[in-house]
Design a protein around this ligand. Structure first.
Ligand code: COS
Length: 384
């Protein structure tokens, strides 16, 4: 559901140039320093990148899902750390508010997220609750006009930078399953909220995660998302449906970049007296990668259009995440192989990408969770 082709083309072209001229040249510095330079963050703010998916009435660009994935294909052609910084404000950090927040909550927080004045984080995962998100143990006990939160959240993206956290916590310990879970907006600086030290990750340097701890953290009762207890798990699942589609598009962009690097290398690199691109075993790796990227791209656009059409895309989002993230892993592996020994040393970007993209098969639901969601939905639909 593209609203205005001309504006969209301008946006995609502008981003594509920004990626080529500003972000790709800064990749090595980000990997070495584990930081995104301040001037680049400022430019990202100016370009409106923190508010791509925030509705226009709250100061964002209000992109449709189809427009968002087209933008994501471009942004992902560089280090995933850049995307990660803007990703939570556009996705899992803001969507809880967008889909289920009250008008007061939306009008207070969304403009600050759209401008990038505040960074948002999504705090679902816990040390004992990863794939089994419904087993989370962080508690939220009502005490007058406040909820008192206790518990620990783990691997929380952008937590070190965040000004606001969407936190899933159990308001009703009597209900063991998902019905006892509620979602809260918790602001940085709330007494009782503290952060662990930054995680040392395999890749994605420049994108930060850490633990978020709540120790008798008093959160105003007005900050329960939607003003209602017991619906927080469903909010989180709706957020993840969209998030999974977005990550799928990121997988396509990253795979396109890796294939592009591998193709250039294969054309330049000479062995046995000719470019290695002329050898059919290399061509097979290039061709398989091209075909798989095309397949992922097509299915993501289809799912995005369906979401814009207000269809339930839980199954399709999981199909996209499953296929696109696994595809991205295969492309990374072939791209290293095409580079040969050069692919194993850090002179070439592929060594870094190979580590960076490994996360795509894990976060926002592992491949195995996507399989489970798809099969469960199939069985449910067949018995209707
Ligand atoms: N949209 C809206 N509601 C949804 C939903 C969706 N996509 N998916 C599930 N729900 C609802 C269900 O309808 C059910 O509601 P009722 O109790 O009213 O029937 C409720 O949520 C519980 O769903 P379910 O029974 O499927 O929960 P389970 O605990 O069995 O399993 C999985 C849920 C495994 C799918 C979930 O825990 C999950 O996605 N885990 C992975 C977590 C993850 O992605 N973490 C990444 C870190 S966050 S970046």
């Amino acid at each position: 559901m593209i609203r205005d082709q001309e504006t969209l083309t301008l946006l995609v072209d502008t981003l594509s140039r920004f990626v080529r001229e500003r972000l790709i040249p800064a990749e090595n510095k980000v990997a070495e320093t584990d930081e995104i330079p301040d001037d680049i963050v400022a430019e990202m703010r100016e370009l409106g990148l923190f508010g791509l998916c925030v509705p226009e009435e709250y100061g964002g660009l209000g992109l449709t899902m189809e427009e968002e994935v087209l933008v994501a294909f471009e942004i992902a052609k560089t280090s995933p750390a850049f995307r990660s910084l803007i990703g939570t404000n556009n996705g899992i950090g803001s969507q809880g508010l967008i889909v289920d927040g009250t008008e007061e909550q939306k009008s207070y927080y969304l403009p600050k997220l759209a401008s990038g004045e505040l960074i948002a984080s999504f705090a679902l995962t816990e040390p004992g609750a990863g794939s089994d998100a419904a087993s989370l143990r962080t508690s939220a006990v009502l005490d007058g006009d406040f909820y008192v939160l206790n518990g620990t959240k783990r691997f929380i993206t952008n937590a070190p930078e965040a000004g606001v956290y969407t936190v899933m916590a159990r308001t009703n310990p009597e209900i063991k399953g998902t019905g006892g879970i509620s979602a809260f907006i918790v602001e940085k600086g709330t007494p009782g909220l503290s952060l662990g030290k930054r995680d040392h990750k395999m890749g994605q340097k420049g994108a930060h995660t850490c633990d978020v701890m709540f120790d008798n953290c008093r959160v105003p009762a007005a900050n329960i998302i939607g003003g209602k207890e017991g619906v927080g798990f469903k909010t989180a699942m709706k957020v993840l449906d969209k998030g999974r589609l977005h990550i799928s598009a990121i997988c396509v962009g990253a795979a396109e970049r890796m294939l592009d690097d591998a193709l250039r290398y294969a054309i330049e690199r000479q062995q046995f007296g000719k470019p290695i691109a002329e050898f059919q075993l290399i061509q097979a790796m290039l061709a398989d990668s091209k075909a798989e990227i095309y397949a992922a791209r097509s299915m993501i656009l289809d799912a995005a259009r369906r979401r814009d059409n207000k269809e339930d895309i839980s199954t399709e989002a999981s199909c996209c995440k499953l296929f696109a993230s696994e595809m991205c892993g295969r492309v990374a592996d072939r791209a290293v192989q095409i580079h040969g020994g050069a692919g194993y040393v850090s002179d070439y970007a592929i060594e870094r990408f190979y580590r960076d993209v490994r996360l795509f098969r894990i976060y926002e639901g592992t491949t195995q969770i996507q399989q489970l969601v798809i099969a469960r939905n199939m069985i449910r639909d067949a018995s209707l």
